[in-house]
Design a protein around this ligand. Sequence first.
Ligand code: CP3
Length: 347
Amino acid sequence: MTGMPDTSASALVRACRREPVPHTPVWFMRQAGRSLPEYRALRANIPMLQACRTPELVVEITLQPVRRHGVDAAIFFSDIVVPIAAAGIELEIKPGVGPVIAKPFRSREDVDRLRPLLPEDVPDIAESVRTLVHELGDTPLIGFAGAPFTLASYLVEGGPSRHHDKTKALMYADEPTWHALLDRIAEVTLTFLRVQADAGASAVQLFDSWAGALSPAQYRRYVLPHSQKVLSGLADLGIPRIHFGVGTGDLLPLMGEAGADVLGVDWRVPLDEAARRVGPGYALQGNLDPAVVLAPWPIVEAAVLEVLDSAKDLPGHVFNLGHGVLPDADPEVFGRIVELVHRETAR
Ligand code: CP3
């Protein structure tokens, strides 16, 4: 496309492609959000979903952590339930709770309430991405969406859940309905990611935050085909696809098989061990424990160096947390982490 900045030489895109980099790229999941006072000021009195659909706010909130921390990539400010809401499902994002669905999904009839998402449903998303890509210049923008299992969990449970019991009960008790639901979600997710990619996102991340609730055999049977539909549906775009989950140490090879270029690793598995599990052919992203950031700097520093040490033989490494920034984290620490990683890995 003409006039779009070229990010193919950026450290992020190169690391995702396992090409040599000037330094290890760094970004933080949930870098845009409540740890930043300038975010809280902008969001005061504006509901989360409304903020996600207001390009002026999306652009400003996405840029805040880039300016403040000097990270190597921006992550699009949105939420995993934005496309579900745009596809006709009544929901709210409650502060301190998360997404809450007005009428949870329990039956085959419920599946039909989730209609396909059309690009025309989310013109504001394309507009926000286009503006951001222009403003960011050679800093890449990462688009994202929720993976079918994680979104199904919100739809079936009706809100955040510790053990995903109702979700797994549906999965076991009514396999045809389960696959119909995940297939429908996969289509919505794919459309949402393609809208972001078509508008200029340089990479995409598929968040399967709750997939760690499943065994490898369960993941393979009930989830992998649907995440594969999303990731293979992006293959023709030629942009890096990052696939992330929490508690997924045993699932990493299957999450790779689903069609990822980069596997996101949580803090439970050292990166060198993760690399042994998945074999060659993937870059890895991670994996500083988000809670370490709450400790004094010398402890943070040692933990960052430990992550870099476990990543030293990887073909491609994107430094990140093992999950999202905690709301109570001191934002100053993230800039120091970026500087430290850049200095330690300068080539
Ligand atoms: O900086 C970024 O990473 C971009 C923005 C982003 C948000 N949500 C903004 C947000 C991203 C990538 C997400 C993804 C998301 N949303 C996931 C996957 C990532 C993960 O953390 O595993 C999940 C599971 C959700 C669902 C969700 N939305 C939760 C669990 C919450 C937190 C509830 C709370 O208030 O504690 C939300 C709300 C949300 N999404 C906030 C932000 C900044 C907080 C809303 C606020 O500021 O009031």
